[in-house]
Design a protein around this ligand. Structure first.
Ligand code: NDP
Length: 262
């Protein structure tokens, strides 16, 4: 058996100072990821395009990456963009009525129809057709993370069409991924994190309001994690990452990586 594919959690976080639960007169930093069902910050192009490139780019021609998400994160994607193109969306829900599944599959059909119409348009305009080994756009709905991984494996893995596997949120699904016990088939667990800090040029940091947080407050040797070097992160994501802070308007962003120790 080939070694199991790594599971890569991809997330953007912003540091929030909060009172420590154990000693309320002490502060600690938590990593905010969401507010009221959406992101805590207005669109950050640098991060959105990084996310799109990294999750869509297949490791080899003819394969498609999977993006696993909670039902609430699926709902947070604008209707016109979901399921996200050129990726296999895996939506996790406890819904047993079938309505979540039906909704996702309906949106998949609408999305595919729109993409087909666009392809026909460019064919009529004489533009180069889409190569046959381009990633596909697909979606499945599963009742757990475990089911998500086995379904990906049985539906796409056996035919060699499965690329990388990403977990794209939100907090509940990141938590489930970090608690997951892979048993006899261990797989590396990695985190690709965009640090987001609002800091107007020459001014002080202005924290974002958040109501949803990354499940871990630390990621170092003390709890079984190590930081990836920029070179490693570059290899994981398939494009050059320097680890430097970049400014976009009043926001500064930096991409970093972590790997869970065995
Ligand atoms: P999630 O996106 O994790 O979705 C939660 C839903 O997933 C649950 O309501 C349930 O769906 C389903 N679910 C969760 N656990 C299980 C399980 N063990 N078995 C089966 N189904 C399960 O929601 P969160 O509220 O945690 O996170 C959403 C927030 O995070 C939003 O604000 C979003 O914008 C933000 N976000 C931020 C990201 C970032 O990088 N900063 C990335 C992704 C999201 P159901 O109710 O249908 O049963």
């Amino acid at each position: 058996n080939p070694p199991s594919l790594p599971l890569t959690l991809i997330v953007a976080t912003t540091p929030i100072r909060v009172a420590s639960p154990a000693t309320p007169d002490h502060e600690m930093t938590r990593l905010g990821i969401g507010l009221k069902g959406t992101l805590p910050w207005p669109r950050i192009k640098t991060d959105m395009s990084f996310f799109a490139r990294v999750t869509s780019r297949p490791p080899t021609p003819g394969t498609t990456n999977a993006i696993i998400m909670g039902r609430k994160t699926y709902d947070s994607v604008p209707k016109s963009l979901r399921p996200l193109a050129k990726r296999i969306s895996v939506v996790i829900t406890r819904d047993t009525s079938g309505s979540v599944r039906e909704g996702v599959l309906q949106e998949l059909e609408a999305r595919k129809a729109k993409m087909a119409a666009k392809a026909a348009e460019s064919a009529a305009a004489g533009t180069a057709p889409t190569p046959a080994d381009e990633p596909i756009t697909d979606a499945i709905v599963t009742p757990s993370l475990d089911a998500a991984l086995s379904e990906l494996d049985s539906v796409y893995g056996s035919s060699g069409r499965l690329g990388k596997i990403f977990v794209i949120g939100g907090a509940e699904i990141y938590g489930a991924s970090l608690r997951m016990n892979f048993g006899a088939l261990p797989r590396p667990v990695r985190v690709v994190m965009t640090n987001v800090v609002r800091k107007p040029e020459g001014g002080n940091e202005i924290p974002y309001e958040c109501d949803t947080f990354w499940p871990l407050d630390t990621m170092d040797q003390s709890n079984g994690w190590r930081s990836a070097s920029p070179e490693e992160l570059t290899e994981w994501v398939g494009e050059e990452v320097t680890g430097e802070w970049k400014r976009e308007g009043e926001v500064e962003v930096q991409m970093v990586g972590f790997e869970k120790l065995d």
